[in-house]
Write a protein that binds this ligand. Structure first.
Ligand SMILES: Nc1ncnc2c1ncn2[C@@H]1O[C@H](COP(=O)(O)OP(=O)(O)OP(=O)(O)O)[C@@H](O)[C@H]1O
Length: 260
């Protein structure tokens, strides 16, 4: 399948409020996208739709080759990985890390299905491959925020998703934990047959070079979308924010921005 996502004139309305307005956007296989938008821009609403938790009010949405209205949402959920701090609240804090990673195979919170020794081994290996070996066997409740996010990434990868959504994955991480997590994300982008990555963040410096495409969302509208070199510039971002900003180039071809 060549196309991961296709938004075709997609709008979402709740009551009198139009949350998303006429979105047109395509993500192709092998592309990693970052979405930038201020609070209330509509990012979460977009992500909820991609996972089948919310349907467009109008327009056509295609996810992983299936058009909404003609696809099985539970099946879709097994192919779309989701990492977000909101998900952390839903997990059972007393569960052991290994079992949380394993639950990704079933897209469930907790493991209620039968699983084999091999499944469990695969879950452990998935976490090891992401650099989380020392977390094996620990209860989720004792982990740091950065460790929890890594476990959630492993949980999502366990289902071998075609699309991995990283919804503000660095929320609450200290400087060093953030770099460590971003390094893991960069590692995923280098894996053979890795899922398409979709990162939502308020901070451009988290948009690693592997995110070669950026979408700028404001007040429910796509203001611009395209290659990172064109989106992550002082001019484009000043226009997007409607305020002058200054950019600071960071090591590793990353860009931080601040209000002027
Ligand atoms: N069910 C709803 N009914 C009415 N308004 C809603 C509903 N859901 C979201 N909104 C509004 O739609 C807008 C977009 O919300 P959304 O959560 O998608 O934004 P966001 O870009 O994810 O924001 P943040 O960065 O703060 O998480 C907000 O103004 C929000 O109040």
């Amino acid at each position: 399948m060549n196309r991961i996502l296709k938004f075709d004139d997609v709008s979402v309305t709740r009551g009198k409020k139009q949350i998303l307005k006429h979105l047109d956007w395509e993500v192709h296989n092998g592309e990693n996208w970052a979405i930038l938008g201020l609070n209330g821009a509509g990012k979460t609403t977009m992500l909820k739709m991609i996972q089948g938790d919310l349907w467009p009010t109008s327009g056509k949405l295609e996810v992983l080759g299936g058009v909404f209205g003609h696809i099985s949402i539970p099946e879709l959920k097994t192919k779309v990985g989701w990492v977000s701090t909101a998900l952390q609240d839903q997990l059972h804090a007393g569960d052991v890390v290994d079992s949380i990673v394993l639950s990704g195979k079933f897209a469930s919170i907790g493991v209620y299905q039968e699983f084999t020794k091999r499944d469990l081994q695969e879950a452990r290996q998935t976490l090891i491959d992401l650099g989380g070996e020392k977390l094996l066997g620990k209860p989720y409740a004792v982990l740091s925020q950065g460790e929890r996010q890594l476990v959630l990434i492993a949980r999502a990868m366990m289902a071998k998703p075609q699309l991995l959504i990283l919804d503000e994955p660095c929320n609450g991480l200290d400087l060093f934990a953030r770099e460590e997590l971003l390094n893991r994300v960069a590692g995923i982008a280098e894996m053979p047959n890795h899922p398409a990555l979709l990162l939502v963040s308020h901070y451009t410096e988290e948009m690693l070079p592997c995110f070669k495409h950026v979408l700028l969302l404001r007040h429910g509208e796509i203001v611009q979308k395209g290659r990172r070199e064109e989106m992550l510039t002082a001019d484009t971002l000043s226009e997007f924010y409607g305020k002058p900003i200054q950019t600071v180039s960071m090591r590793g071809n990353r860009l931080a921005v601040y209000p002027k």
